[in-house]
Design a protein. Structure first.
Length: 299
């Protein structure tokens, strides 16, 4: 009888303690302020026939691509050059460290020329050169896209074909390195583009496969008194015409033609042309003085 009485008295206490030990539903449910969706990654359009340029506000020290075997990536100061290795490459994330900051986006293959520049120099936000109305996440307009202006593309290629038949005029603008000679053969301008023809003499026995061709407008390159350098400004210029993966066989001479957007440079500026070799380390850098381009004839 006494045992039953003790059980009856202790049962409410046990039930109360068990209820207090269970967390409430309100505690288990996360606060609404802690629930937020991850921001969508910015899509960067790339192709296998042209280069996409990404420029940041600080020097790039790291580029990590999820599917590295499907994309070619080059680092040059505060810029990153990207191109797909093959057609229909699958999308992949890309992480870039510039200065002390990080940027993350996604590479997406596009089946058309991608002659465009992604400018992240302003607070890490996207600013598209030549497209002030573009918003983050949208692909910049490409005036030479085959699905938009076929006639303009054909006109550029027609003028390059005409330039290939012109007699050499600027043999003095040249650089020699690793048994290779790179020189400017011809240059012409029209109202939209500058047309360039380069001569490559391969004295080596190994073929020179031109993979990347980079163009940069360099300003304030001269030095002041006591060799103190001024604030040098560099601006990438995406080629608007010309063939990719051109090969100059060993012991032969070849010619490369390109069209770049028309620009105006001062006497302190020049066009820096860089040829990068596929699966090789023979890089050729040719500075073309601004006066040569500014005084070029029209085509």
């Amino acid at each position: 009888m006494l045992t039953k009485l003790l059980l009856a008295l202790s049962l409410p206490v046990l039930l109360a303690s068990a209820a207090s030990a269970q967390p409430s539903a309100a505690l288990l449910r996360p606060a609404s302020s802690a629930m937020h969706a991850a921001p969508a990654l910015l899509d960067v359009a790339v192709s296998d026939s042209s280069t996409t340029y990404l420029v940041f506000s600080g020097p790039v020290s790291l580029v990590d691509v999820g599917m590295a075997n499907n994309y070619l990536v080059k680092i040059e100061a505060n810029a990153v050059f990207v191109r797909a290795r093959r057609k229909s490459a699958p999308p992949t994330p890309m992480l870039i460290r510039f200065g002390s900051k990080y940027w993350m986006g996604r590479l997406v293959y596009v089946n058309r020329p991608v002659l465009q520049l992604y400018d992240f120099q302003k607070d890490g936000a996207l600013g598209v050169s030549g497209s002030p109305g573009a918003t983050a996440g949208s692909a910049p307009d490409n005036e030479l896209a085959l699905d938009k202006e076929r006639e303009k593309k054909a006109a550029v290629e027609g003028k390059l074909s005409k330039l290939r038949k012109t007699k050499e005029e600027h043999q003095a603008v040249a650089v020699v390195d690793n048994d290779l000679v790179l020189s400017l053969a011809n240059v012409r301008n029209d109202k939209d583009f500058t047309y360039l023809r380069f001569k490559v003499i391969n004295h080596s026995a190994i073929d020179y496969n031109v993979d990347f061709t980079d163009f940069q407008l360099v300003e304030n390159a001269q030095k002041k008194f006591l060799a103190k350098k001024k604030n040098e400004a560099r601006r990438p210029l995406a080629p608007s015409g010309g063939l990719a993966n051109q090969v100059v066989s060993g012991r032969t001479t070849g010619y490369l033609t390109y069209a770049i957007p028309l620009y105006a440079a001062t006497d302190r500026g020049y066009l820096e042309v860089t040829l990068r070799e596929l699966n090789g380390a023979r890089v050729l850098v040719l500075p073309v003085p601004s006066r040569v381009i500014n005084r070029a004839s029209t085509i």
